[in-house]
Ligand binder design. Sequence first.
Ligand code: NAP
Length: 279
Amino acid sequence: MKIDYSTSLYGLIGDPVEKSLSPDIHNLSFSNNEINSVYLAFQVKSEELQKAVEGMKSIGVKGFNVTIPHKVDIIKYLDELDEEAEMLGAVNTVKNENGVLKGYNTDGRGFIELLKSNGVEVEGSKIIILGAGGASRGISMLLAKEGAAKINIVNRTEDKAVRLKEEISGHFSSVDITTGLKDDYTEYDLLINTTSVGMYPNDDEVPFDIELLSDSAAVADIIYKPLRTKLLKEADSKGHKIVEGLGMLINQAILSEEIWLDRELDKKSIIDEISKQFK
Ligand code: NAP
C-alpha cells in the first residue's frame, strides 16, 4: 500500500483497543476498493477523551469509530447527531465534515442489514431476543423501528429486560414487548442471542433450548468467536436458517465507511475474507 501526502487517516478510539478487528476490516476494505486511506486504533483514556476528539478535528482526521467506554461520553464533544444515534444516546461513528463533527450509530443497523442479506424478514416478525446489554439495546430498538410485531426479551437479570422494554415502548408504542421466558415459542419467527453465553472459551454453553422453536424459525447469534456457536450448530442440525455474528461486526464497520466516503461498498467480500482468519 502506498502512503503519500493525500492519504486520509481514519481510526478507532477506545480503551482497550488492542483486540479490535476494526483496523483489519477497514484497511482490507480500503485496499480492496483502492481507497487511499489508512485506519489505526488509538487507546484513549476517559480523561483524555476531549483532547483526543479535538486532536482528531485539528489534524483533519476524516472520520473515526468510537468504542467502549466512550460511546455515550463522546456525544458532548460532537456538533451534530443523526436520528438513530440520538435515539440510542450512543455513537460508534464520527464524521468530520470541514471541522463539523457529526455522530452516528451503525451497530444495530449492521445487524438489521445482516438479517436482510440472509433473507430474514423483520417487519411483522415475532422475535425472541436473549440478553439486555449494550448490544441487545441497539439491536432491539432497531428491530422495533423496522416494524417487528412482537419482541420477547429474555435476560438473566430480569430488571434490565424490563428497563429495556420500557425504553423501547417509549419510542415505539405499537410493538408488543414482553420479558421473561415463556412456555410456548411456536409462534416466534426468529431467535437472536445477544448474550455472551457460548463465546470463546465457553464454547460448550448454549443460551436457549432450540427444541422450543418451530421448525421455520431462524436463529441468529451475534457472537463471532467461535464463528459458529454451539447454539447455531444445534439450530443448523435441526434445519433452522442460521445467521452468524461476524457479519454484524463487518456490516457496522463498512456502514461507518459508507458514511465517511458517501458511497456504497461491498460487504460480502470483506465478510468472506475476514471469516477465513477465524477458521
Ligand atoms: P454486555 O452489555 O455486557 O451484556 C452482556 C449480556 O449477556 C447481558 O444481557 C448479560 O446478562 C448476558 N450474560 C452474560 N453472561 C451470562 C451468563 N453466564 N448467563 C446468562 N446471561 C449472561 O455486553 P454486549 O456489549 O451487549 O455484548 C454481548 C455479546 O455480544 C458479547 O459476546 C459480544 O462479543 C457480542 N457482540 C458482538 C457484536 C458483533 O458485531 N457481532 C457487537 C457487540 C457485541 P445480565 O444482564 O444478567 O448480566
